[in-house]
Every structure is written in C-alpha cells, then in structure tokens.
Design a protein around this ligand. Structure first.
Ligand SMILES: Nc1ncnc2c1ncn2[C@@H]1O[C@H](COP(=O)(O)OP(=O)(O)OP(=O)(O)O)[C@@H](O)[C@H]1O
Ligand SMILES: [Mg+2]
Length: 266
C-alpha cells in the first residue's frame, strides 16, 4: 500500500483511534463527529482549507485542546475530556493523567514555541526533567542525543536567537523526540520558515517516516503530502470529507476535494 520506498510496514491497525470527536467554540462547531483510525507506523496527512479544523483536530488527539464529545483511544486505552459531569475533583485528577498521553504523543507546531531564555539543550531537557522527572545529567545526555539526531550536535549550547528558523524548528522536533513519543503530530511545521529552510524540515519528517514513526501531519506542502503519506485525509468545515491513499485522492471524484486540490496545485 505504501508509496514510500524502504519505509517500515504498517503494524497494529487501530493503534490510535478517534471516535465521534467533536469540538465547539461558542456556537461554532469546529469539529463535527470525527472518526479516524491511525495504524502503527502510518503517516496520515491531513489537508483542507484554512479554518476547516485541522489544527483543532491535532490538538484534540493529545488533549492540548480537550474534545467536548467523543473519545481518543490510544493503544486500547480510552481517553475522554472528563470522567464526571459533576465531580470537579475527579476531573482535575483525570486531567493530570492526561499528561501521560501528552508525553506519548509529541507535537510540533508552526511557530516552534522554543523558550528564548534557554539554550537548545535546556529547551529539550525541560520535558525530561519536568514530565519524566529525569535527573539533569540523564536529561542532558538524552537532549544531546535528540539534538544530534536532528543535525544540531554543534548547537547544543546555543540560544535560540543565534539559530535560524529551521534550526529552531529542529530544536522543537528534538524536544518532542527526546520524550520517545509513540506518535508525532506536526502542525504546518514548515509554514513559517523561509523557503530555503523548508526542505530540511520536510527531510526530517521523511526520515522519521522511514524509521517507522506513527505520524499525523498537517501540511500545505502538497508534493510532500502525496509523497510521504500512506493515507490522506481531506477535511472541510469540521468534517472529514474523504480519506484515501495518495493515488485515490489524486483520482477522486469528490467535488470538494477536487476543487481544493485544483486551487492549491495551480
Ligand atoms: N481557541 C479558539 N477559540 C475560538 N475559535 C477557535 C479557536 N481555535 C480555533 N477556532 C476556530 O476554529 C476553526 C478551525 O480552526 P483551526 O485552527 O483548527 O483551522 P485550520 O484548518 O487549522 O486552519 P489553518 O489552515 O488556517 O491553520 C476556525 O474557524 C477558527 O477560527
Ligand atoms: Mg491550522
């Protein structure tokens, strides 16, 4: 099924599953009953017009934004936004448990979100010491390893203002990878980069795909999407319009997908 040469094969078919996930802001239903499964080792790429709910969907997967309704099932464990309608304390305790889910599902945002007052290594160490409670020596070792993995071995002790946009984004990727996540979410990881830096980050995502990392990737880079994806999800107005292999989406007869693709590819 894969169009990726040398990529590891897809494993457990319902590794990550979203069931009827919905989210409303005010009166705007931004996600409307999203049902989606991601297999272990799969690269799922989400495309769709601005405002269609792609970022919100990614954020609901690891509960950075809690869904209002529905469930996220990860490795057989069911996560909901709250466990009780009335018991505030129980919900608070449950909220703390969600930290475990967040550390297994790493996320990389468009704007890096690296802390300017911390070096590259300190940025990467933060999650290891705070979330994983690792001691500083171990965390530093893991940070150096993760930074080396993304090609920043010589920038370990550099502050972000001395790094290019692409390098800052690599720090953000290293920070997520250092926690050894089982899934990585990328939300337009290249869209605030200068054009000459885009390919380097796309290459990094490709490298992770080849290593068998399960990923959900939101991108406007259509060539990349069609090359790297096992399946492509097209979203519009908070709904999944269709899901298919790159070949299926390329040949789709669904009018909304066709009009989106023809607008973006021309
Ligand atoms: N915190 C929020 N409060 C209110 N509305 C929000 C919030 N976050 C997102 N929205 C709205 O939800 C809709 C979907 O937003 P989302 O960011 O998920 O879209 P998107 O598909 O990622 O768009 P883009 O391609 O521009 O990044 C938009 O109409 C947006 O204005
Ligand atoms: Mg977005």
């Amino acid at each position: 099924m894969s169009n990726l040469s040398g990529v590891s094969s897809i494993g457990e078919p319902e590794f990550l599953k979203l069931v009827d996930v919905s989210k409303t802001f005010g009166s705007h239903r931004v996600l409307d009953k999203i049902n989606l499964t991601v297999s272990e080792g799969e690269v799922l790429v989400i495309i769709g017009p601005s405002g269609s709910g792609k970022s919100t969907l990614l954020r609901c997967i690891n509960f950075i934004a809690a869904p209002d309704e529905g469930e996220v099932i990860f490795e057989g464990h069911v996560w909901k936004s709250r466990i009780s309608k009335y018991n505030f304390l129980a919900n608070r305790r449950y909220e703390q448990k969600l930290t475990a889910l967040r550390s297994e599902i790493g996320m990389v945002f468009q704007n890096f979100n690296v802390f300017p007052h911390m070096t590259a290594a300190q940025n990467v160490m933060l999650g290891l010491t705070k979330v994983r409670k690792q001691n500083k020596d171990l965390a530093r070792k893991a940070a150096v390893e993760a930074l080396t993995q993304v090609g920043l071995a010589d920038k370990v002790d550099q502050y972000p203002d001395k790094l290019s946009g692409g390098q800052k984004q690599r720090v953000a990727i290293a920070r997520a990878l250092a926690l050894k996540p089982k899934v990585m979410l990328f939300d337009e990881a290249t869209s605030s980069l200068d054009p000459e830096l885009v390919n380097g980050i796309l290459e990094e995502i490709r490298r992770l795909a080849k290593a068998g990392m399960t990923m959900v990737v939101v991108t406007h880079e259509m060539n990349f999407a069609f090359q790297v994806a096992h399946r492509i999800v097209f979203m519009d107005e908070g709904r999944i319009v269709e899901i298919g292999t790159p070949e299926e989406i390329r040949k789709t007869t669904e009018p909304r997908t066709r009009s989106f693709l023809s607008a973006i590819l021309n």
